[in-house]
Design a protein around this ligand. Sequence first.
Ligand SMILES: *Cc1c(COP(=O)(O)O)cnc(C)c1O
Length: 675
Amino acid sequence: MPKIDQSERIFRLEDLKSSVEQFEENYASDINHEAYFGFPINPLLDAESCLLSDQEKSVAYFSMEYGIAPSIYNSFQLNRPMSEQNQFFTHEVFSNHWLCDYVFKIHIDKMLDIPIYGGGLGVLAGDSMKSAADLRFSIVGIGVLWNKGYFKQSFWYKHGQVPEELKWDPYSYPGLIPLNKTIQIDTKEGLLVLRLWKYYIYSYDKASVCPMILLDSNVEQNPDHFKKLTDQLYRSDDVWWKIFQRAILGIGGMKALECLGYHINTYHLNEGHAAFALLEKYITLQDKSQMEEVKKKFVFTCHTPVEAGHDKFAINDVAKILNQEYIEAAQMFGKKSADSDLVNLTFMALNNCAKVNAVAQKHGEVMRIQFPNYAEKVDAITNGVHVHTWLSDSFAELFDKYNDTFGDWRKDAAQLRKIKEIETRGDFRRDLFAAHQENKRNLVDIVKHWRLQEDVFTLGWARRIAGYKRPQLIFHQIDKILEFAHKIGPVQILLAGKAHPNDDIGGAHIENILDHIDRLNKDKDVIKVLILENYDTFFGKLLTNSVDVWLNNPLPPFEASGTSGMKAILNGVLQLSTLDGWVVEAKDNNIGWIFGYQHEGFELGSERNLRLDADSSALCDTLEDVLKLYYDTNQAGNVNVKSPWIDKMINCVEQAAFFNTQRMLEQYNERMWKF
Ligand SMILES: *Cc1c(COP(=O)(O)O)cnc(C)c1O
């Protein structure tokens, strides 16, 4: 994105003001010539001008979900009162310290994260937008304004997870603005009207932004059942919801770009959810013979080998919702084989996008096995995380203190590699461990009533609760762990995660975990276990930077990448992991310990054969070594700075120089977008 002279701007503050619904009543005090909700406004006008210009090669990035995490990064300021619904203070805890659970809650003074994400896919989309802003790319995000978010979670003993509806107020959410523009999709059930919203993502230095457009069906003109279409992310109790939600993202998204007059060079489909965008492009094309050329503008990122992640719909079901021209196009573009009566969104994207990428090198291999006909098309660009979002303050201070070594690491995350130049310095090793202890004290403080201890070994596991991620593995032979913890030293375990409300297997896992935790009541002096309600990006950051070891135990090869471990290594947190996803690429760098089943060969195996017995044995054996090394390193606060533990911490940070979205987006740009 070039720097734009004020005189060249084709989008001005007046244009912004006149595009916002009820600007004077609601937003005038937050948006003026200097400031946009407390941030500088000029970069915003530049970004809009670039998107409107046909001189600029802009990208439209489509994603069903975005985890933007304004509670932990770049929070906007609001001059009016924020609705109480947008504040999120209390969380309950389920632990083996029953009494505490009854009496106490965790109180945190924080804003609700814009609740339009469910898990890692959304967090990656959010991190990508933030790095795009940092890199000054001209990009617009397309998503959906989920009026009831994903869901609110509570744990009930003997019931497991109880999902509740989440309420929030988009109209008083800092930085979120409703536009007075709507688009329409003509469906078999009548006209569906969608309002457009905007949210701007600023770069770390606030010199650049990327807009996001969010589509919303909760408007006056719609009948009641249409209003609910954008209530809950991934509502899946009926295919009707699923098809409509995908039509809103893909078809609605293309119409929104048209409505705003953006000139788009590349359409990036983040997962197959947005594949209907291809149909819309085809239908609006005057000269259909140009479609082959147009397809060159589409690229696709596939995020999972897991079956449930690949949308397929019966053509008859789609035909109940979309008009005939869409059905004809869907049959042309989206069938796995000529005789199929399904529209398969993964195949629609694979067939028609010029470039396709997997999200880690191992996932690339897996995709080539899953989709042999497309093997040559499949590139692999490994995921990353946004450094400025996930780095703890204490580590930022550490890198600044040693700035002779780290240079301008804020601008260039690759500088973190230089940590190896000072790996033998005693003062640095001491400071590094101290920075980690500071993060750990922060965790201990937040859950203070449960009396965790900063010099006790602490293990973390938090992610979406899904079968292949094996959340129950640590409990499978917990008696073994108890036995060696008695001899070597105590263990603290922190867990968090949500299961999709309709995922019965995931729900059963939570029930099973609560049961295990409950049974450990008498052993709480040796193993203390806490599971935190409502895992979100705030807890994601807290846990990944504060525990001593991050546990990652998916069943290979079903974890396409995984990103929570990348947040952990950035903060010097060691990995205890099976060999899958991004970890395969880091395995020779001594960032922790690898255990368990390893995938080889040209069969994927079954995602249902969880290998719990063998892999939990391997986990226990490895954990015993981990525990010994921990208590050799930290003896009740006396730190052995020469310990190989600290070498591993250093190697973790070194690897974070690669596993970040800055590097990832530079590769997207070179290999998929070519700015
Ligand atoms: C990082 C993150 C994830 C993704 O974790 P994985 O290790 O990729 O499963 C999911 N949810 C939240 C809230 C996160 O912050």
